[in-house]
Design a binder for this molecule. Sequence first.
Ligand code: FPP
Length: 232
Amino acid sequence: MQKIFKKLPNHIGIIMDGNGRWATLRGLQRNLGHKEGIKAIERTVLACQKYKIKFCSFFAFSTENWKRSDEEINGIFDLLRDYLNKEDNVFIKNKIKIDSIGVLDPFPKDLQKALYDLKDKTKNFDGLTVIFALNYGGRDDIVRAVNSLIEKGIKRIDEKMLLNALDTKQIPQPDFIIRTSGEMRISNFMLYQMAYSELYFPKLFWPDFKEKDLIKCLKEYEKRNRRYGGLK
Ligand code: FPP
């Protein structure tokens, strides 16, 4: 494939916003927006693979999303379940490794099993890793990490210890965070990890996100001059 980007992010984090509004605008139930959102995940994952991105994480369910109606929450679980259990699984077929961050315990047991099974089946793939953030909150991640260090008897921590205790310990910090829908918030996504991430807020709803939009995002990233607080 022809090289079309001068530089690429190693890890892209995506805050998929606007599913509800996409559906409401069309007079549909919110969960139909999430259903279309899954199609956008699939398109994006395949495009990430095509452009040789190594890590792509999706904020699929936040620690705050439990405030939504039972109908919407169960609808998201049903969609996730169907998607993970699909015979013709896109991740297995395309040799994509699946990982997750967040606390899975409160999810239905069969959903947890489907996710663990998929993680197991894809664990040796070494191209693209897709990370689903499920019942994930950046603050919760930090608090759990600190508590895990306290439980080990550690009295004083440094940045490296904390980084190695977060859910993302095996995953590089995100270089690029994309949030769709035009809202400019981080909403408790990888708070500690995104200290030096480049941020981008394309003005379209997540279900409308296509390969050409990912290309636009990557072209934007190409223009960024990352200095990490230095002067280069
Ligand atoms: C944000 O839109 C979207 C969510 C909170 C849920 C996204 C979940 C999925 C697409 C399903 C997860 C599936 C997999 C495979 C991980 P919103 O509902 O906040 O939209 P709004 O701001 O327009 O109301």
